[in-house]
Ligand binder design. Structure first.
Ligand SMILES: [Zn+2]
Length: 147
């Protein structure tokens, strides 16, 4: 218990109730004039501030054996392999795809059109996979991430 003076009527018999240590202010009512007001809690203890340290480091994320699976978490060397292999296969397919299209237009009785379209699609698929890994590797390099 702690006592104080009423700011309204000046009575000095004001009693400040114990409001615990977590409340900054306590509500007091004067027994003489019945006015209610809040005063600083003399027992208030401010919470200990959490100290945060920020370190500027390379964001090396090591997920260990439980690392999430999927394209965005594939290892750098996997993306490098996908990039190189995808580009090489796509480039090697160019003369074959061109040949199958030329054959399709030159032959009197050509094979079904889904063959040249299908192989063109395969070539584009390898190219797109390679360029996606290429972009992902560039993004990681830009953001300083390494898997
Ligand atoms: Zn009063």
């Amino acid at each position: 218990m702690s006592s104080g003076k009423c700011p309204n009527c000046g009575a000095s018999t004001l009693t400040i109730p114990y409001g615990g240590s977590s409340q900054r202010e306590v509500v007091v009512s004067c027994t003489y004039c019945n006015s209610r007001f809040s005063v600083n809690n003399p027992y208030y203890q401010p919470p200990v501030q959490e100290v945060r340290h920020t370190y500027n480091t390379t964001n090396y994320i090591n997920y260990g054996p439980d690392r999430p699976r999927g394209w965005r978490y594939a290892r750098d060397r996997e993306h490098k392999f996908a990039k190189i292999a995808g580009y090489v296969i796509a480039i090697l397919m160019i003369p074959f795809v061109l040949g199958i299209w030329i054959g399709y237009f030159l032959m009197a009785e050509p094979y079904p059109v889904f063959l040249p379209i299908g192989f063109t699609g395969f070539m584009l698929l390898f190219y797109l996979l390679a360029s996606a890994s290429d972009r992902e590797l560039k993004r990681r390099k830009r953001e300083g991430i390494s898997y």
